[in-house]
Design a protein around this ligand. Structure first.
Ligand code: CAA
Length: 258
């Protein structure tokens, strides 16, 4: 297993785990974290033995945002020419489903990182927000776009314009998180969700994620066309035959690709 400077990685069964590990900076996302997370997620994504990925932080912080100290002295030109947050697009593009297990602060880039994942599970201690406005900037890793798609314009606008944090219960009501669990159970729950996904046939999981992503990015008509094609293409897989035969024969499927 590769050693990384700012994250810990582990494989448990068919699940790849990425734990942000900058405790002194509440897991602030600097360039090294981005490089490490992208490298680890890409390696898991290319491994046919992995069917789901969990990204988590510490009890106190999933991530308290992009690293303010790293950005403080940069100019506008530095941000553009260095494509400061550009690497995160590679993380958002992994084909394998990613579950964010959020405990404590998920602020700014931390909230944006969670929103690059497919499922957000929150501990009851979680706090979400886009406080960039307090620093006289705005979200830069997708917050203005993904938060609106997740919770709607008006609530997203309030959070982005005031910098207010919302607790886990409010985030669940708003539809940002799929479930809130007691903090002590967060990792077990995330592991269970990840294992469930990893037990399915990989081509269908990839297709489902790609179709869900399409819904975020395209018109309804285009999304429906994408879904139709992806649905049809799965009928060329052995796993589709196995899945449907297993249903008919009232037994568990034994998928080739998982
Ligand atoms: N960048 C760099 N360092 C950070 C940080 C960040 N985003 N967040 C916390 N830290 C550091 C603190 O500087 C502190 O380090 P020192 O002990 O060396 O001073 C350490 O982590 C612990 O933080 P606090 O002492 O501040 O802890 P607290 O419990 O008093 O407060 C907090 C916690 C409310 C989360 C507070 O740390 C905070 O407000 N952090 C910044 C949140 C923020 O503004 N995030 C947005 C960043 S910009 C961004 O993300 C842009 C984008 O869209 C990509």
């Amino acid at each position: 297993m590769t050693e990384y400077a700012t994250i810990l990685t582990e494989t448990r069964g068919r699940v790849g785990w990425i734990t942000l590990n900058r405790p002194d900076a509440l897991n602030a996302l600097n360039s090294q974290v981005c490089a490490d997370v992208v490298a680890a997620a890409t390696a898991f994504d290319r491994d046919p033995g992995i069917g789901a990925i969990v990204v988590t932080g510490s009890e106190r912080a999933f991530a308290a945002g992009a690293d303010i100290k790293e950005m403080e002295s940069k100019t506008s030109l530095d941000m553009v020419m260095g494509d400061h947050f550009g690497g995160w697009a590679q993380f958002a593009a992994v084909r394998t489903p990613v579950i964010a297990a959020v405990s404590g602060y998920a602020l700014g880039g931390g909230c944006e990182l969670a929103m690059m994942c497919d499922i957000i599970l929150a501990a009851d201690t979680a706090k979400f927000g886009q406080p960039e406005i307090n620093l006289a900037v705005i979200p830069g890793m997708g917050g203005t776009q993904r938060l609106i798609r997740a919770i709607g314009y008006y609530k997203a606008a309030e959070l982005v314009l005031t910098g207010r944090m919302m607790d886990a219960a409010e985030a669940e009501r708003a539809g940002l998180v799929s479930r809130v669990v007691p903090a002590a159970e967060l990792l077990d729950e995330a592991g269970k969700v990840a294992e469930t996904i990893a037990s399915k046939s990989l081509p269908s999981v990839f297709a489902a994620k790609a179709a869900l992503d399409a819904a975020m990015e395209t018109t309804l008509a285009e999304g429906l066309r994408f879904e139709k094609q992806a649905f049809a293409s799965l009928f060329d897989t052995q796993d589709q035959k196995e899945g449907m035969a297993a249903f008919r024969e009232k037994r568990q499927p034994d998928f080739e690709n998982r």
